[in-house]
Write a protein that binds this ligand. Sequence first.
Ligand code: DON
Length: 303
Amino acid sequence: MSDLGAILDRIGAEMAAAPDRGRVADYIPELARISDRHFAMAVCTADGQTFITGEADTPFSIQSVSKVFTLAIALGRLGDQLWTRVGREPSGLAFNSMVQLEYERGIPRNPFINAGALVVTDAILAGHKPRELLGEILRFLREAAGEDDIHINKAVAASEQATGHRNLALAHFMAAHGNLLHAPDLTCGTYFHQCAIEMSARQLALAGRFLIGAPDLPRMLAPGRTRRINALMMTCGHYDGSGEFAYRVGLPGKSGVGGGILVIAPGRASIAVWSPGLNAQGNSQLGTLAVERLARATGWSVF
Ligand code: DON
């Protein structure tokens, strides 16, 4: 699409002028220091072009967007066996909610809420030391993006480790139900480091290309599995805001509390957007608005 550059320029200018930027996450102290003024967007198209606007080369904390990549590793390694430990239904509750886990006997609703992501990390930790698994996650990202400069921010991981009581509680609760293979602090420690990976919007969009489902792009997983990941991103990728995101944008997406969102336009493009201010559901406020405008301008909604 030849006018994609112009569309991104316009969206970038509109977002710079947006008055309500949401609120930066403060429950992980190290993330609270980030300014809400940042904005970046990158679009990698199926034919190999990349378009950007804003600070597309500034690294940010990918947080829950990392759950897409650990799910890909888990499906590649364990296949459908994973689904004995975690479901595939939207939760309709906050990303860190505990209440459903008690009713549903320690089986999280889906792999994108925190409890489900902890199970996924726990499953792929089997037979590895945390350091080895984190190395594998970074290798996956670097290969998918075709870029080596992707790292973990240890200060962010430590900051979450010091305040991650809810995640530890979720992990202990699942251990009590026999749905955790490792000690809760080991699984949580690995998960905190995976969430603390930093990438730029350009790198994230590049890393998402394997989910587009088009030829001549990095193939990290069988096509049947990438389709399933897209389905889960559409139904569960924004937690209790997933319905609203599907309504407004019409594309599979996965958000993180660092303000990043990875969005896939199947057959067309991988899109990454970053704006640290969040809405009430913990999803990037301007990030959502920006991809809503992109989807409208391009007609990329799947509906
Ligand atoms: O576990 C947490 O709370 C964070 N490391 C990640 C949460 C997150 O990104 C939720 N997404 N919007």
